[in-house]
Design a protein around this ligand. Structure first.
Ligand SMILES: Nc1ncnc2c1ncn2[C@@H]1O[C@H](COP(=O)(O)OP(=O)(O)OP(=O)(O)O)[C@@H](O)[C@H]1O
Ligand SMILES: [Mg+2]
Length: 236
């Protein structure tokens, strides 16, 4: 698997329609950057794809299989992983407890321990601090933990909601390096980001949302060169 196809997606919160007919395709092993101003509907889109809010219209397909309206649990089992906005690590639990809660819950214990070791190898700082409370990590370290926690479930489609928000420049670089590396390992990634230049730099395609609709889409290269994107995001 690994192809995500979204057609005509709608998300409604009572009277507010946050997503109004979104078409989106992420091919296997691609990164698509989902961009747009505050309130454009980016998080709502990811929440619907992850099964956290039921779509009020449209269809979501994973490798051609209709998964529209399935609960988050069922989507997680099918390989959908969400790194939520604002990190949301469990501050009072240890780093290792956070990782173990992260979605390897369906794997047998030896497999869980193996994944934990692999994650601690990949993110040495998490290994060094495995018994420390997650709330004591720096913001950048917490973001790495949030990503590692989702990777524990061995997802095939990774949804990332503003992973670089609020991080120091050096940490931002590390997060983007990691995202590019995850793609090279075969993950399909839908990336919501405020950092437009850096996300278009690693993405294959970009989609700009405005008021729940696509206002612009294209290859990352074309969007980087477009006057609309340059004017809105790359000024100065
Ligand atoms: N749980 C909710 N209940 C009611 N309205 C909501 C809810 N979540 C989001 N909205 C509204 O839906 C619209 C889209 O919000 P959403 O969070 O999807 O935007 P976003 O593009 O992720 O914005 P940001 O860049 O600020 O994270 C906004 O008008 C928001 O106020
Ligand atoms: Mg958001």
């Amino acid at each position: 698997m690994n192809r995500l196809s979204v057609t005509g997606l709608r998300v409604r919160y009572g009277p507010i329609e946050a997503v109004r007919g979104l078409d989106l395709e992420v091919g296997p092993g691609e990164i698509v950057a989902l961009l747009g101003a505050n309130g454009a509907g980016k998080t709502s889109t990811l929440s619907a794809i992850a099964g956290l809010v039921p779509p009020s219209g449209g269809r979501i397909l994973l490798d051609g299989e209709d998964v529209t309206g399935l609960p988050a649990e069922a989507l997680a089992r099918r390989g959908v992983g969400l790194v939520p906005e604002g990190r949301r690590v469990f501050a009072s639990l240890t780093v290792a407890e956070n990782l173990l809660l992260g979605g390897a819950v369906h794997a047998p214990p030896p497999e869980r321990r193996a994944r934990l070791r692999r994650m601690e190898d990949r993110f040495p700082v998490l290994g060094e601090r495995r018994d420390q409370k997650a709330g004591l990590l720096s913001g950048g370290e917490q973001q790495m933990l949030a990503i590692a926690r989702v990777l524990m479930a061995a997802p095939r489609l990774l949804l990332m909601d503003e992973p670089s928000l609020g991080l120091a420049p050096q940490m931002v670089e590390r997060v983007f390096d990691l995202i590019a590396q995850l793609r090279s390992e075969g993950l399909t990634i839908l990336l919501v980001e405020q950092n437009v230049p850096m996300s278009l730099d690693i993405a294959n395609h970009g989609v700009v949302l405005a008021n729940g609709r696509v206002s612009l889409r294209g290859t990352a290269r074309d969007l980087l060169a477009s006057d609309a994107v340059r004017g809105a995001y790359l000024a100065g």
